[in-house]
Design a protein around this ligand. Structure first.
Ligand code: ZN
Length: 185
């Protein structure tokens, strides 16, 4: 049955859909391609928590494409996962907007420039447009007459889910990401 799931039509349609995998404890564990989540369900390794509005039709069977699944057995997580600082992650946090003027961002800016001792940490990096970035140069925002739209912060404990999913997050994921943030942060 599982082999049938890799029919060409299904593969083409569902490959881009992502499923949130919860640990047996309800904590977000990973983000996988929906086809992988369907295999987990078929092998009875996971239970369906929320389905998406997409349906995959095969010759004799149709599946609601899962949006959230929960593993039946708890997988120990040996370390606290944190989000590495990357261009992609910073752009996601800052909504791809320049944090000085609100235009579309193209660069990463160190608020206190490295030449003035600024560190490469979440609280000191923001997305910025080319114009603000060159105007600022090696200066601080106040030295360059620029003001930040908002204070940059370190992402929450489960914000890696958004990064792992490339910025896509189904509405059905929110309660699991948010409740964990409230409990653990
Ligand atoms: Zn700008």
């Amino acid at each position: 049955m599982v082999a049938d799931l890799f029919g060409i039509g299904w593969y083409a349609d569902v490959i881009v859909v992502r499923t949130l995998v919860l640990n047996a404890s309800n904590e977000p564990l990973s983000v996988v391609a929906a086809r992988r989540a369907i295999v987990l369900l078929c092998r009875e390794r996971a239970d369906l928590v929320a389905r998406s509005n997409r349906v995959w039709h095969a010759e004799s069977v149709s599946f609601a494409v899962p949006s959230v699944v929960r593993l039946r057995r708890y997988v120990p997580v040996p370390y606290r996962r944190s989000i590495p600082i990357s261009r992609r992650a910073i752009f996601l946090r800052d909504d791809h907007r320049c944090q000085y003027c609100g235009r579309r961002a193209e660069n990463i800016d160190h608020i206190i420039p490295k030449v003035q001792g600024g560190k490469h940490i979440w609280e000191n990096v923001v997305a910025s447009c080319q114009r603000c970035n060159s105007r600022k140069g090696g200066r601080t925002p106040s030295q360059a007459g620029l003001t930040l739209i908002r204070t940059p912060t370190r992402p929450g404990r489960f914000d890696w889910v958004y990064v792992a999913a490339g910025g896509y997050a189904d509405g059905a994921w929110q309660p699991f990401i948010r409740s964990q943030l409230t409990v653990n942060s």
